[in-house]
Design a protein around this ligand. Structure first.
Ligand code: FAD
Ligand code: 5PR
Length: 379
């Protein structure tokens, strides 16, 4: 068979994963990134088995392990009283920084022969595989992927209907130095290598999610309702945050000096991930609340299974049906994860701790690279 060609909009986690997996299966692949520089926004990230299996398959695990960690426990506190300390036995998970995940994926993509073009914005796509760039240039491909994030122009140019729901809370994220010795001096009995989710609901909803990303770097996320102007302000209101979380003062002081942006939680659901030869993947198809830390995980999982499904289509005419079949098989898992994440965001139920069991960990445990994964229907 002749070499098949894919054009991808967006060099985020979804676009780079799909690109690498396709190139490793013999496709020629070009990724268009609208930004002038290839890098990621944001701070830290938690990855679970579903995305770690994908990283294993594309050969990126070794690089990733070198600067990531598995904290001893996932701890949840309410008003500084421990609600749960989950060891997460039997669940594979890693914490790391987003820049590290990004550079790992970019390296894997380049190794696989993917062409990544910065400063190249995709303006539109058609169901028969035509892509129009903002420069006016038109290119055609056997497969087009809209991995261009929550504001996807690929999706919107195809007229795919969507529904967007905003939640009342939102979050500002920072990467800061660990300052473990200083934290230990303030609270010696705390295991500062744990993920610690510090909740306060009464008298005011303020939460700090403390996530060590490696030995040197800490990911902290500060959550407040969007209508709390002091709580959602950036730079952060240091006096307010340290009054509620005095034991975190050393790292909050660093956060107060770091630029950041408050993101309101939102969920985007689309009618369909597929139009002919075009597939949407990642936030363009299924942007979700971060509660279960699966936005990037689902993006990578679906990007990888998309590459496999497209490769299995034996000729151009078979591709649209293969993509539709991919959506039919993979979408239920993502929809459930998105629904659960929204439920946790809307109810603030994570404040009660003990959330990583039962149905909730379905996506975390999922292995998208297991060819028999759809034989057993999940609960
Ligand atoms: P994106 O990461 O949004 O990537 C899309 C890419 O496409 C971008 O590089 C963008 O510049 C590019 N692009 C957009 N439009 C075009 C176009 N028309 N043409 C070409 N290129 C285009 N989740 C966590 O678990 N932890 C976090 O700390 C965290 N931080 C986040 C910070 C930000 C700023 C955002 C927006 C989301 C964050 N999330 C976080 C959620 C998680 O990052 C997303 O679910 C995940 O990144 C989705 O990956 P993606 O590749 O689908 O989309
Ligand atoms: N978990 C993680 C996270 O980054 C956030 C949430 C939960 C790993 C916020 O970004 O509940 O908002 C959350």
């Amino acid at each position: 068979m002749r070499t098949r060609h894919a054009e991808i909009a967006g060099a985020g986690f979804a676009g780079l994963t799909a690109a690498t997996a396709l190139a490793q299966r013999g496709w020629s692949v070009r990724v268009h990134e609208k930004a002038a520089e290839l890098r990621t926004e944001g701070a830290g990230i938690v990855l679970w088995n579903n995305s770690l299996q994908v990283l294993d398959d594309i050969g990126a695990t070794h690089d990733l392990m070198s600067r990531s960690m598995t904290p001893p426990a996932y701890e949840t506190r309410m008003n500084n009283v421990i609600r749960s300390q989950e060891r997460l036995d039997g669940i594979r998970w890693r914490t790391l920084t987003r820049p590290h995940l990004f550079s790992t994926l970019l390296f894997a993509a380049r190794e696989a022969g993917v062409e990544v073009v910065p400063n190249s914005t995709v303006a539109a796509a058609t169901a028969d595989g035509e892509v129009t760039l903002a420069s006016g240039e038109t290119v055609t491909a056997d497969l087009v992927i809209g991995a261009d994030g929550v504001g996807s122009r690929v999706r919107d140019s195809l007229g795919i209907p969507l529904e967007r729901q905003r939640s009342r809370d939102g979050i500002t994220r920072f990467l800061v130095p660990r300052r473990k010795a200083e934290l230990q001096a303030l609270e010696p009995d705390t295991e500062w290598d744990n993920v610690i989710d510090f909740w306060n609901l009464d008298p005011r909803v303020l939460r700090v999610l403390y996530t060590p990303a490696n030995e040197e770097e800490l990911y902290i996320a500060l959550m407040a309702p969007a209508d709390d102007s002091a709580g959602s302000r950036v730079p952060i209101d240091l006096e307010l945050w340290t009054s509620v979380f005095p034991q975190l003062a050393p790292v909050l002081e660093d956060a107060a000096r770091t630029p950041g942006k408050y993101y309101g939680y939102q969920t985007t659901r689309v009618d369909s991930w597929v139009r002919g030869k075009v597939a949407l993947v990642g936030d363009s198809a299924h942007a979700m609340c971060p509660a279960l830390a699966q936005g990037a995980g689902c993006a990578m999982q679906n990007a990888w299974t998309l590459a496999v499904a497209a490769t299995e289509a034996t000729d151009a005419d078979a591709l649209p049906a293969a993509l539709s079949r991919w959506e039919e098989l993979e979408r239920p898992f993502t929809d459930r994860c998105q629904d659960r994440s929204q439920w946790y965001a809307d109810t603030r139920e994570m404040a009660n701790g003990g959330q990583f069991s039962g149905d909730v960990v379905e996506t975390a445990l999922y292995n998208p690279t297991d060819p028999r994964r759809h034989e057993v229907q999940p609960a």
